[in-house]
Design a binder for this molecule. Structure first.
Ligand SMILES: CC(C)(COP(=O)(O)OP(=O)(O)OC[C@H]1O[C@@H](n2cnc3c(N)ncnc32)[C@H](O)[C@@H]1OP(=O)(O)O)[C@@H](O)C(=O)NCCC(=O)NCCS
Length: 187
């Protein structure tokens, strides 16, 4: 994909709680340290290797078909997680979304909602029409955040994940450009 990609430009997005800036090499060590609860909630199987992650992150500026942002907590300057727009489909005006915060000390303080709003607003600002995501059934907090932003449940992939010997359903949620909820004044 060349210059025409809506994801070629990768701006830093500034909210009141978080700043989203493009992921860089140094973020690899942070991702290596994510909490086990975040690993469970994202259903991430497999080992992370620092060298591979460093190569991955240092190439993020060059990718025209996705944007990988680090979520930085404004109050502390700490790496709080990452949020990604990927699976860009220019012909159909759509992309996918995913997010993770580092661990429980970052959960429940509004950072995830704000980072989600900033990322999906960017997708719509560059002309996309639809953003899609998947969320596991055992993650009601994430579902709540997505519903707050305006995502709607579109379907369920039954037994999409096997975690600790148990089958877990994955819910597909989608958000269209004109369905995005308005941010309350307090945010
Ligand atoms: C999912 C995630 C991004 C949400 O971000 P966050 O900063 O923790 O969420 P917020 O504080 O912005 O909002 C949480 C909302 O969920 C609600 N909530 C919390 N626990 C809940 C539960 N068990 N059931 C239902 N709602 C819940 C909160 O009350 C709040 O809603 P409110 O504003 O209406 O009160 C973050 O928790 C995270 O990264 N978790 C681990 C990785 C993960 O799950 N990634 C998503 C995979 S799909």
């Amino acid at each position: 994909m060349g210059e025409q990609s809506p994801f070629s430009a990768k701006p830093t997005l500034v909210g009141s709680l978080v700043v989203l800036r493009v992921a860089e090499r140094g973020d690899a060590a942070e991702l290596m340290g994510v909490d086990q609860e975040t690993i469970r909630l994202t259903g991430s199987h497999g080992e992370l290797r620092l060298e591979e992650l460093e190569r991955w992150y240092e190439s993020r500026h060059e990718q025209a078909d996705r944007i990988d942002w680090a979520i930085v907590e404004r109050a502390t300057g700490r790496w709080a997680g990452e949020v990604v727009l990927n699976d860009l489909d220019v012909a159909n005006g759509s992309c996918a979304f995913r997010i993770l915060l580092q661990g429980p000390s970052f959960y429940g303080r509004g950072l995830g909602t704000e980072a989600t709003r900033l990322a999906v607003d960017h997708a719509f600002a560059v002309g996309l029409h639809r953003v899609e995501l998947e969320v596991y059934d055992f993650n009601p907090r994430a579902r709540r955040v997505y519903e707050k932003v305006g995502f709607r449940h579109e379907g369920t992939k039954r037994h999409a994940l096997r975690w600790d010997g148990a089958w877990v359903d994955a819910h597909i949620m989608g958000l269209l450009a004109d369905e995005r909820t308005v941010v309350p004044q307090s945010l």
